[in-house]
Design a protein around this ligand. Structure first.
Ligand SMILES: [Zn+2]
Length: 346
């Protein structure tokens, strides 16, 4: 743990978080969640901690959906004070079961970014295929060779499974989208497995009816492409289809309205210069990455997000602005488009 983290862990509860909240009062923080479960699963959020977090946000901040935040900015010409946005990616069913009832109880809005082909049950989210494959085997009998990719033989257990998972996902992410699907199919046939026709329950999406109900109760349903490719690994015309196709599906099923967008995977390597323009052209009012840096919310089509989950220390760092202040002190910029870089002054 760095000196900054150590200092915050000590001083945070003694006024450090309140101080950060005050310093960052005009800089909205956008929190990022993925999956929810009960009982808790590592790196997921559980209802127990999520409820504490939602209550804390309700009592200390002004909560917005992302589209609500952008509309406020349009109307007033500036961001609201002490604004916090809860965002959740992908559109898994667990959001509807565990997170939505809590958000509803406290009347806290949020944004759920959904992959429309997944909601239509036309596809699994591809990382889940790798998770599923690794759940089906307890050993890799011989080394896997696919093109330049090599993965060693060995036991698959609770220690090695995450290592295999990381290595396979990492390789898949480095490939153009078409090759990625081929690679995953090769992995399956190498292990002698066939993917089930329907999505297994642990990877299931919410349905359109549930999305419609949530949209009527304070949850923005935002865009997250049609098939969840890295938009840094597809052609410009494919990117256009993913962004516009997602918008059209959302508007057809849930009614036309303003929405925001989330780039799949959302790391610097998942971006190309033309993407923010396409997202804007499709009519989305804002868009988010999956990492934080010193830019914060300065660039509406590339707003940064802070991780949250069951780790309450990470939550307080994210929500209070402590993490943002740390990134600004270190002038940490992970990605900047030309315009954004020149507009950034410290
Ligand atoms: Zn995603």
């Amino acid at each position: 743990m760095g000196l900054f983290s150590k200092t915050i862990r000590t001083l945070g509860p003694w006024g450090g978080y309140q101080l950060a909240r005050q310093i960052c009062r005009t800089q909205p923080r956008i929190l990022m969640y993925h999956r929810f479960s009960n009982p808790p699963v590592k790196d997921w959020a559980s209802p127990k901690y999520f409820e504490q977090q939602v209550r804390h946000i309700k009592e200390n901040y002004n909560s917005f959906s992302l589209v609500g935040l952008m509309q406020y900015k349009r109307e007033h010409g500036h961001m609201p004070r002490h604004a916090v946005v809860i965002t959740v990616d992908d559109g898994y069913r667990d959001f509807y079961h565990y997170a939505y009832p809590i958000l509803r109880k406290y009347q806290v809005p949020a944004t759920l970014f959904v992959t429309t082909g997944f909601i239509d049950r036309r596809l699994w989210l591809w990382p889940d295929k790798i998770t599923w494959l690794l759940s089906q085997v307890d050993r890799i009998p011989e080394a896997i060779k696919i093109g330049s990719f090599r993965s060693g033989a060995g036991e698959v257990n609770f220690e090695t499974r995450p290592l295999y998972w990381k290595q396979w996902i990492h390789h898949a992410l480095s490939l153009p989208d078409v090759e990625k699907h081929f690679f995953i199919d090769q992995l399956a046939s190498g292990l002698g497995k066939t993917f089930p026709d329907s999505i297994p329950p642990e990877f299931e999406p919410v349905n359109w009816l549930e999305l419609s109900e949530m949209q009527d109760n304070g949850i923005e349903i935002g865009g997250h492409t049609v098939t969840h490719p890295s938009l840094g690994r597809v052609t410009k015309s494919q990117a256009r289809e993913e962004i516009f196709g997602c918008r059209d599906a959302l508007n057809a099923r849930l009614g036309g309205r303003c929405r925001t967008f989330c780039y799949p995977n959302g790391q610097p390597s998942d971006f190309r210069d033309f993407l923010p323009g396409l997202v804007q052209e499709a009519g989305f009012l804002g868009a988010v990455t999956a990492f934080p840096d010193a830019f914060g919310t300065r660039e509406p089509m590339l707003m940064r997000r802070h991780v949250s989950g069951d780790d309450m220390f990470q939550f307080f760092k994210s929500v209070s602005g402590v993490e943002l202040i740390g990134l600004r002190l270190r002038k940490e910029v992970r990605m900047g488009l030309s315009g954004a870089v020149s507009g950034y002054a410290g």
